[in-house]
Each structure stands twice: as structure tokens, then as C-alpha cells.
Design a protein around this ligand. Structure first.
Ligand SMILES: Cc1ncc(COP(=O)(O)O)c(C=O)c1O
Length: 298
């Protein structure tokens, strides 16, 4: 039997993947002018869906993009996309582009934003074994965008800053790259937030470094609190990362992944650290808890 094609939501209608398209005049394509969210569903519960929708609307506000539906309608559109695709566990990509305009960049020429929702089964991002073995990072020479520029506090469709750093990581044979802010303090990786542990203390950089205010990051701070650890948000130097007892990254796709090598230095004992493992266990327990999201099927 042929595998059914995924159904893609575009502006309220569903199209098979092979027929789902937008115009090449969409400013999302021409200029990266748009915002997006990456969301996960676990066992029939869309993890932190309201938080993702809030962040999407905040990003849209920052680029003066009026989303042509309210937040509740957006929540329902995501749930409906999952139902149409009969998914319980999925990765969801939600995009709102500026829409079709002319070849100039004036957004006023774009009269109607495009709302697109893609939902697919999810494979582990760095491979299952990465959760135990840990991944390797380098320090990228590409600095994180400044907070007064294409800041990653806006989750925009412009990811070239991260892609340039990712290319360096690939070239160096590492799994990913740490990006520093313009002053040289640690911001985040190309698509995840970063935490370090020193002397039993969990530390993560503030979003003033240009890091995205990650939803997984917030959840990990909450889980750490439940486990009796406090998380300090403060500037972190590259030295502190290299000499940390444990380092891990967080993100919707990655979840929590230990980092065991940075710029050629082995971190801690070179395996996933104890506190990192406790957080991973707690995250696994909590991620499909209906209290942490919205149920797809009632
Ligand atoms: C640049 C960047 N930082 C951090 C994250 C992690 O954020 P979240 O936990 O909300 O997925 C992402 C996720 O897409 C990202 O793109």
C-alpha cells in the first residue's frame, strides 16, 4: 500500500505535500520576512502549545506582521492539522510569512500573510545514542546577531546567522557550534539554548546575549527547581564552558542533550553528567503530561 502523503495547512485549507506551495513572490521566500515556531507533540499532547503561540504572536508584533487569525484559532489550526494527519507524536512547523508582494522589500506591498502548518512524525535530532554519549561543539567565529538587529529573540525566518555557524561546525566535524555574543560571552548554539553546571550550580546565559527565549529552556528551569536546583541566569565566558562539570543544550527538536566535547576539550568525565541525566529523566516523565500542553484528541 502506498504511504499517504502528509496534509499541509495553508490559510485554512489542507493540501497534500506534493501540491502544497506558496508563490515565489512571497516575501518569506524573497527576504526571509516572516516568523515561525517549531513545536512537538508527545503521545497526543502538544507540548507547551499556548507558549509557542504566544511567542509566535510576539515575534510577529516585533516585525509588524498582523497574523490574520486570533491565538485561539491558531491553536485550533495546529490541533486540526495533527488530527487530519492522524498524528500523536510529531514535529510541527508553523510559519507566518509576509505574503506575496513585489520584488522590492516594502512589506506594505504584501496584503495577505500566508499561514502554513506542517506536521510530521519526529525522528531524534542527533540520534538516540546522543542522549547518553553526548555531542561535540565548537566555538563559532560567527557572532550571534545583536539584540538591536535581527535578534533571535524574534523567531524570524532569517536563520543565516545560525547557518553560517552550523557550516563551521560541519567543516570542523563537530555536531554543532556555540555562538558568542558581540562581547564574547556565550549566547546559545545555532538552534538550541545552552546550560552549564559548575559545583552543583546550573547556569544559563540571559536572552540579552541574543539567545532565543527557548520554551524548553524555561521548562528545564522549572524542572530544575522541582528537583531542588536553582538556575542562575548570568553571563558565561567560554572558559567557564570548557571547564564546566557538565554542559547540556535544550530545544524543541533536541529536547535535552548532554555536551561532552567542546573545541577539542573533554567536558567533565566525557559522558552525560549526573544532573543532566536527572533533568533528562524528569523531562521524559513530564513531556507528555497533559498539564504541560494541549490534548489533540479528547
Ligand atoms: C536559535 C534558537 N535558540 C534556541 C532554540 C530553542 O528554543 P525552544 O526550546 O523554544 O525550541 C531554538 C529553537 O528552535 C532556536 O532556533
Amino acid at each position: 500500500m502506498e504511504k499517504e502523503e502528509p496534509l499541509i495547512y495553508i490559510n485554512g485549507k489542507f493540501y497534500p505535500k506534493s501540491e502544497a506551495s506558496v508563490s515565489v513572490y512571497d516575501h518569506g521566500f524573497l527576504y526571509g520576512d516572516g516568523v515561525f515556531e517549531g513545536i512537538r507533540a508527545y503521545n497526543g499532547v502538544v507540548f507547551k502549545l499556548r507558549e509557542h503561540i504566544e511567542r509566535l504572536y510576539a515575534s510577529a508584533k516585533a516585525i509588524m506582521l498582523e497574523i490574520p487569525m486570533d491565538k485561539e484559532e491558531m491553536v485550533n489550526a495546529v490541533l486540526e492539522t495533527l488530527r487530519r494527519n492522524k498524528l500523536k507524536d510529531a514535529y510541527i512547523r508553523l510559519l507566518v510569512t509576509r505574503g506575496v508582494g513585489d520584488l522590492g522589500l516594502d512589506p506594505r506591498k504584501c496584503k495577505k500573510p500566508n499561514v502554513i502548518i506542517i506536521a510530521e512524525p519526529m525522528l531524534p535530532l542527533y540520534g538516540k545514542e546522543s542522549k547518553l554519549r553526548g555531542i561535540s561543539l565548537i566555538f563559532s567565529s560567527v557572532r550571534r546577531d545583536r539584540v538591536d538587529a535581527t535578534t533571535h529573540q524574534i523567531k524570524s525566518m532569517n536563520y543565516l546567522n545560525s547557518i553560517l555557524a552550523k557550516l563551521e561546525a560541519i567543516d570542523a566535524g563537530a555536531d554543532d557550534a556555540i555562538m558568542l555574543d558581540e562581547r564574547g560571552f556565550v549566547a546559545e548554539t545555532t538552534a538550541t539554548n545552552i546550560f552549564i553546571i559548575r559545583n552543583g550550580k546550573i547556569i544559563t546565559p540571559p536572552t540579552t546575549t541574543g539567545a532565543l527565549p527557548g520554551i524548553t529552556r524555561n521548562f528545564v528551569i522549572e524542572l530544575a527547581g522541582k528537583l531542588g536546583y536553582s538556575v542562575e541566569e548570568r553571563e558565561i565566558t567560554p572558559f567557564e564552558v570548557i571547564t564546566a562539570d557538565e554542559v547540556f543544550i535544550t530545544g524543541t527538536g533536541a529536547e535535552i542533550v548532554p555536551v561532552t566535547k567542546i573545541a577539542g576539550r573533554v567536558i567533565g568525565r566525557g559522558t552525560a553528567g549526573e544532573i543532566t541525566m536527572r533533568l533528562i529523566e524528569e523531562f521524559e516523565r513530564e513531556k507528555s503530561n497533559a498539564a504541560n500542553g494541549i490534548k489533540i484528541y479528547e
